[in-house]
Design a protein around this ligand. Structure first.
Ligand code: PMP
Length: 388
């Protein structure tokens, strides 16, 4: 009898202090239950609080009552019900494009987009801090991955200028970066892409619902015409689930026909698609919610800076509190739990060495009471003790 390799050769079993799934019980509201304590949840991407809204829940229930609990098949077989068409038409209006396509998740969207548009002879230019789904999509495409320094157009131009003029080129960037809460320098990047004839893709995962009256950073800067594809997710500010891409009819048709993560996966269930559609309506009806969240973020960021915390280059609702060493961040997270707050402790390899951080994600439905909890908690724990 042959012995099974468990784990397979070359793969180490994780140690108990490595990643594990935290038991955090919560509904869509601002608080969660962790180890018997009720904590303010600053680790959720439900940025507008939409996941708990009465309208979203009702839209979901209506969709289940009409279409059931599963789509039953992939879109191209029999999983394409009328809510999907309504959602893609709404996305076109929202993004101002001719066509749009919904994927099973934002992760699946990036995998599908990049593995379809890029190929072995392509060069894909990607910000060093782009999301993992982008990196995986480039790997799957077998294109050459050209990483430029974070938010650095000069380095991008240096790299573009070195490559053969005739090589097909694609550029993809997060518009708001998930671990730093800063924004991509889109005007400079898009100028270079025009000069070097590069196809452009924006990942608006963390900007959708907030910047540009909810439409994203590209819209805030009036750059819609310059961007070829707008990708995003329904799973963050939009309070639902699923990914999307919006752009020209030609590019979307290509994705429908070639994107394997779209073709070979069951389409989203009605409860989810119903909520996605309602979320787009909510954001268009109340675009000021994003602005309100940005104001609140400015207020909390300057409060933290006054206490001596390093909040990096954040200009959005995502605020890193950089403490360098993983040990310090884990200690700070524990201290915050005692002070009533649950925040993410982000460590290498998710972020570069010596830049471990707490990451706090703010929400538009936080009231004066929650702002006070944050201010009190960070005043109780002192910035100095974590800066070793
Ligand atoms: N892009 C970015 C920038 C993200 O932060 C995320 C989610 N963390 C994704 C894509 C993937 O989206 P989803 O969670 O819908 O798979």
């Amino acid at each position: 009898m042959t012995t099974k390799h468990y784990p397979p050769p070359g793969k180490k079993m994780p140690q108990s202090h490595e990643r594990s799934i935290p038991a955090v019980d919560h509904g869509p509201d601002l608080y969660l239950d962790f180890q018997g304590q009720r904590l303010l949840n600053l680790a959720s991407n439900n940025y507008l609080g939409l996941a708990g809204s009465k309208e979203m829940k009702e839209a979901s229930i209506r969709a289940v009552e009409e279409f059931g609990t599963s789509s039953g098949a992939s879109r191209l077989i029999s999983g394409n019900y009328s809510l999907y068409t309504a959602l893609e038409e709404e996305l076109c209006r929202f993004k101002g494009t001719d066509a749009a396509l919904v994927f099973g998740s934002g992760y699946a969207a990036n995998l599908g987009i990049l593995s379809t548009l890029a190929h072995r002879k392509c060069l894909v230019f990607s910000d060093r801090l782009n999301h993992a789904s982008i990196i995986d999509g480039i790997t799957l495409s077998r294109a050459t991955h050209v990483r430029y320094r974070h938010a650095d157009p000069e380095h991008l131009e240096y790299l573009l200028a070195q490559k053969p003029v005739q090589a097909p080129k694609i550029l993809i960037t997060d518009t708001v970066f998930s671990m730093d809460g800063d924004r991509a320098p889109l005007p400079e990047i898009l100028n270079l892409c025009k000069k070097y004839r590069v196809l452009t893709i924006a990942d608006e995962a963390h900007a959708t619902g907030i910047l540009g009256r909810g439409r994203g950073l590209v819209h805030e800067l009036d750059l819609e015409q310059e961007m070829d594809l707008h990708m995003g997710t329904f799973s963050k500010a939009l309070g639902s689930y699923g990914g999307y891409v919006a752009g020209s009819r030609e590019l979307i048709d290509l994705l429908v026909n070639r994107a394997r993560s779209f073709i070979y996966s069951t389409s989203l269930p009605p409860a989810v698609v119903g909520a996605c559609l309602e979320a787009l309506r909510q954001v268009q009806a109340s675009p000021q919610q994003g602005e309100k969240l940005l104001d609140l973020s400015r207020q909390i960021r300057s409060f933290l800076q006054r206490l001596g915390y390093d909040t990096g280059k954040s200009t959005t609702q995502i605020i890193p509190v950089i403490m360098k060493k993983s040990r310090a961040v884990l200690q700070a997270r524990e201290d915050l739990v005692r002070a009533g707050i649950y925040a993410g402790a982000i460590r290498p390899p998710t972020v570069p060495e010596d830049s471990a951080r707490l990451r706090i994600c703010l929400r538009a439905d936080m009231t004066h009471k929650e702002i006070e909890v944050v201010q009190k908690a960070f005043s109780t724990i002192s910035a100095r003790q974590y800066q070793t």
